[in-house]
Design a protein around this ligand. Structure first.
Ligand SMILES: [Zn+2]
Length: 156
């Protein structure tokens, strides 16, 4: 190494792939099994503040009460589009090829919302308040993509 030479900053691109498995927790396990085996969606209702969380969680995000299986309640399956974004460019990190729509969806009976795909809709007709229904995947593996996507209740 020549100490007189200016080596500058060298950067190298790399891609790290890490496969992992994790325990989804009691509430998460119940949520995913019901979704996979029965195509039912459950949330967790806090008895103290009466909020229903989707997906279910073991601690109320509002009052920190401990929630358990007794707090689980079926929600949806219909929901309302709260807001959305249209992804128009392709990136390796995206789970789908653009263009596609990410929607923030609040299921009937839930007080929180969740991101999922909205398909089968004319992008020009997307609007907050649009009523949606889930379309379940034919082959379900016990993850959130057991709901393949949501689509408008009305046909487009
Ligand atoms: Zn609470």
């Amino acid at each position: 190494m020549n100490p007189e030479h200016d080596y500058g900053t060298f950067e190298s691109d790399q891609r790290i792939v890490a496969h992992s498995r994790y325990f989804a927790g009691l509430m998460g396990s119940y949520f995913f099994v019901r979704l996979r085996d029965e195509q039912k969606i459950v949330g967790a209702r806090c008895e103290k503040c009466n909020k229903v969380f989707w997906p279910p969680r073991s601690t109320c995000g509002r009052c920190f009460s401990v929630l358990s299986l007794e707090n689980l309640t079926e929600i949806g399956p219909l929901g309302t589009l709260e807001t959305f974004t249209i992804v128009k460019y392709r990136e390796p990190v995206h789970p789908r090829k653009a263009p596609f729509v990410y929607g923030i969806i609040k299921l009937d009976g839930a007080d929180t919302s969740m991101v999922h795909f909205v398909d089968g809709v004319d992008f020009q007709k997307l609007a907050p308040g649009m009523r949606l229904r889930p379309v379940f995947a034919n082959k379900r593996n016990g993850n959130i993509l057991d709901i393949d996507h949501f689509e408008p209740l009305d046909s487009y």
